[in-house]
Design a protein around this ligand. Structure first.
Ligand SMILES: *Cc1c(COP(=O)(O)O)cnc(C)c1O
Length: 381
C-alpha cells in the first residue's frame, strides 16, 4: 500500500505486509539465517534476532493495530512477560502489580522476581485512591492485566496511566483477554502492552506465542534481553498467527456478541447462582468496562447452584464445550479455575479471592450462540 492503512479492519489485512516478489500471502521464510558478511555482529539476520521476514511482518502489523511504535513476537506469552519485567527491573527495585494477575505472571512475580530481590506491592484495580500511598522511593513500574482471570475485573486504566505519568513509572499491561479489538494500550497511554497470542490474536488453538508492543527505545532494550534469554517466535508459527490475525475483529466481535447473549441467559436461569461478565449491569466494573473497552469480551465465569458436585454434573452433561484450559479459540472451552489457574492455592485462599471450587470459566467460541444455549439448557436440566 502507498499510504499506511488508517482503520482497524484495514490494518488487520494490510499493515506490515511486505508483499515480497508480488506474493499476495507472505511465504514462510523457514530459514535460521540469511547470507551476511558485514561487520555488525547484530546485523546478521537470524531467527533469535527477531529479523526474519515473518517475524517482522507480524510485529509491524500488531504495532500498527495498537498504535505502538515497535513490537517483538516471542515464543510464548510468558516469554514476553518475563523478558519485559527482567528488562525494566533490577535487584532492589519495587513495582506495583494488580492483585489478581494471570497465574503464570503471579508465579513469576512472587517466585522468580522475588528471588532476584525485585519486590512488589499488590494493588486493587478499581481503588485509585489507595495507590499513591503504596509508592516507594525505589518503585519503577506498574503491571496490570486489562481484564483479569477468572473474575473478569476491569481496572481504572486512565487513573493507572495518570499515576505512572505523574511519578515517572513505566506502565505495563497484559492485554491478552481484551485483544487489540477491545483495547489499544499505546493509544490509551500505556508504555508497554503484552500479549499471549496463544489466545485471541492467533485465535485457532494451535500455536503458543507472545508479543511485546511499545516505544522503540523500550522495545530495543527488551530485544537485547531476549537475545540472551532466547525466545523469538519461529517463522512458521509467525506465519500461522499472521493468518489468524486477519479475522481477529470478526472473531472477537462475534464471540463477544454470543457471550453477552449467553451471560444474559445464564443470569436469568434459576439453577445458576451467579454470572460474571463485564457486559452485565450486575458486574462490579460494568461502568469501567463501558468507559475503557470497545466491547466486553467473550469470557463468562459462573457458578451452578449446588457447588462443586453440581458443577461437575453440569460440565459432564454438556455436549458442545470442550473441557480444556486456555481461551480465545474457535471452540467453546471450559475450565474450573480451582483445578487449573488457581490450583496452587488452598481452597480457603481461593475462597478469599472469590473463586469457589465449583466456579466455572468459559471462553465462548465461534459456534452458534443458540446451539450453545440449547446445550446449556439441557445440561442444567
Ligand atoms: C495464557 C496467558 C498468558 C501466558 O501465555 P502463554 O502463551 O501460555 O505463555 C499470559 N497472560 C494471560 C492473561 C494469559 O491468558
Amino acid at each position: 500500500m502507498k499510504n499506511p492503512p488508517k482503520s482497524f479492519a484495514t490494518k488487520l489485512i494490510h499493515a506490515g505486509e511486505p508483499r515480497i516478489d508480488g506474493a499476495v500471502r507472505l511465504p514462510v521464510f523457514q530459514t535460521a539465517m540469511f547470507e551476511y558478511d558485514g561487520d555488525d555482529p547484530r546485523g546478521a539476520r537470524y531467527i533469535r534476532y527477531f529479523n526474519n521476514p515473518n517475524q517482522i511482518a507480524l510485529s509491524d502489523k500488531l504495532a500498527a493495530l495498537e498504535g505502538a511504535e515497535a513490537g517483538l513476537v516471542t515464543g510464548s506469552g510468558m516469554a514476553a512477560i518475563s523478558a519485559t519485567l527482567l528488562t525494566l527491573l533490577r535487584p532492589g527495585d519495587h513495582f506495583l502489580a494488580l492483585d489478581c494477575l494471570y497465574g503464570g505472571t503471579h508465579d513469576l512475580v512472587t517466585g522468580t522476581l522475588e528471588n532476584l530481590g525485585i519486590t512488589h506491592t499488590f494493588i486493587t484495580g478499581d481503588r485509585p485512591e489507595t495507590w499513591p500511598q503504596m509508592l516507594r522511593q525505589n518503585t519503577k513500574a506498574v503491571y496490570v492485566d486489562t481484564i483479569t482471570n477468572p473474575l473478569l475485573r476491569v481496572s481504572d486504566h486512565d487513573a493507572l496511566i495518570a499515576l505512572c505519568k505523574d511519578n515517572g513509572l513505566t506502565s505495563v499491561i497484559d492485554n491478552t483477554f481484551a485483544s487489540p479489538v477491545l483495547y489499544r494500550p499505546a493509544e490509551a497511554g500505556y508504555d508497554l502492552s503484552l500479549h499471549s497470542m496463544t489466545k485471541y490474536i492467533n485465535g485457532h488453538s494451535d500455536v503458543v506465542a507472545g508479543a511485546i508492543l511499545g516505544g522503540t527505545e523500550a522495545i530495543t532494550a527488551i530485544r537485547h534481553t531476549l537475545y540472551n534469554l532466547g525466545s523469538a517466535l519461529d517463522p512458521h508459527a509467525a506465519f500461522l498467527v499472521n493468518r489468524g490475525v486477519n479475522t481477529l475483529a470478526l472473531r472477537v466481535r462475534h464471540q463477544g456478541d454470543s457471550a453477552l447473549k449467553i451471560a444474559r441467559f445464564l443470569e436469568a436461569h434459576p439453577k445458576i447462582e451467579r454470572v460474571i461478565h463485564p457486559g452485565l449491569a450486575s458486574h462490579p466494573d460494568h461502568a469501567l468496562a463501558r468507559k475503557h473497552l470497545d466491547g466486553f469480551g467473550a469470557m463468562i465465569t459462573f457458578e451452578v447452584t449446588g457447588g462443586l458436585k453440581a458443577a461437575k454434573t453440569f460440565m459432564a452433561a454438556l455436549d458442545i464445550p470442550i473441557m480444556a484450559p486456555s481461551l480465545g479459540g474457535p471452540e467453546t472451552l471450559m475450565t474450573r479455575p480451582a483445578i487449573t489457574s488457581h490450583a496452587g492455592l488452598t481452597s480457603e485462599a481461593r475462597r478469599g479471592l472469590g473463586i469457589s471450587d465449583g466456579l466455572i470459566r468459559c471462553s465462548i467460541g465461534l459456534e452458534d450462540a443458540d446451539d450453545l444455549i440449547e446445550d446449556f439448557t439441557q445440561a442444567l436440566r
